[in-house]
Design a protein around this ligand. Structure first.
Ligand SMILES: [Zn+2]
Length: 213
C-alpha cells in the first residue's frame, strides 16, 4: 500500500473516531438549555433533521452533549432539548441510572466523541424512583433498576422533605456527582476543564428542564 493511501485511511479513521475541538462545557450546556426553552414554549426549531444532516453525520459523529436520561417514553432527550441527528449522545435506563455499561458508553462519548457536558436528567413522577420509595419485592429484573436509586431514597426519607420530588432530585444529584468518582476518564476531563457534569430535572407538565443544585 502506498504511504499516501495508508495516511488517507488512518486520517479517515481518526476523524471518524475523534471529534474536532468541540464547544466549551458552558456553551454546550447553554445550547441544550436554549433548545429546551424553545421546546417548552412550543417554538421548536427541529434542527439537524434534514437529509443533508443525515449524510453529514453518516461520515462521523461529534455530539456536543451527553444526556443520561430515563427510559420513560415522555422524556426523549432529542425532543425535550430540541436537538437533531448527531447532537446528543444518550444513555437511557429507567430511573436515569448508570450501570457499568452505561458508564462505559458515557466514557466513550467523552473520550472519543468529544462531548463536553453530561446532563443527568431526572423527571417529574418517575416510576422507577416511585418504586424505590414504595419498597417491596419486584418481579423479574426490575429490582436491578431500583437498587441504585435506594441510597437517594433512604437519604430523602430521613430528611424533612421525604417526597417523591425530593427523591427524584436527590437521585439525579447523586448520579451526577458519582460519575467522576466512578470513572478516571471523566474525572480527568472534569479536572482539565473540558467537561461539566450537571444534574437536572424535567417537568412533564411544563416541558421545562431546570438544573438541580
Ligand atoms: Zn423515570
Amino acid at each position: 500500500m502506498k504511504t499516501t493511501a495508508l495516511f488517507a485511511i488512518l486520517t479517515s479513521i481518526a476523524f471518524a473516531d475523534h471529534a474536532a475541538p468541540g464547544i466549551s462545557p458552558d456553551a454546550a450546556l447553554a445550547k441544550l438549555m436554549a433548545g429546551n426553552a424553545r421546546y417548552a414554549k412550543g417554538n421548536v426549531a427541529h434542527p439537524h433533521q434534514s437529509e443533508d444532516r443525515r449524510a453529514e453525520v453518516a461520515k462521523g459523529q461529534k455530539p456536543f452533549a451527553i444526556v443520561v436520561g430515563c427510559s420513560d417514553s415522555r422524556t426523549s432527550p432529542e425532543l425535550v432539548f430540541d436537538q437533531g441527528l448527531g447532537d446528543v449522545f444518550v444513555t437511557r435506563l429507567a430511573g436515569s441510572i448508570v450501570d457499568d455499561a452505561a458508564l462505559g458508553s458515557i466514557e466513550y462519548g467523552v473520550e472519543h466523541l468529544g462531548a463536553s457536558v453530561i446532563v443527568v436528567l431526572g423527571h417529574e413522577r418517575c416510576g422507577a424512583v416511585d418504586a424505590a420509595m414504595k419498597g417491596g419485592k419486584l418481579p423479574g429484573k426490575i429490582g436491578a433498576v431500583v437498587k441504585p436509586i435506594l441510597p437517594a431514597v433512604k437519604a430523602v426519607q430521613k430528611s424533612a422533605t421525604p417526597t417523591l420530588d425530593a427523591a427524584i432530585d436527590e437521585n439525579a444529584r447523586r448520579t451526577a456527582a458519582g460519575l467522576a468518582d466512578r470513572s478516571e476518564i471523566l474525572e480527568g476531563h472534569v479536572k482539565a476543564g473540558k467537561l461539566k457534569i450537571v444534574a437536572a430535572r424535567y417537568d412533564l407538565d411544563s416541558g421545562r428542564v431546570t438544573l438541580v443544585k
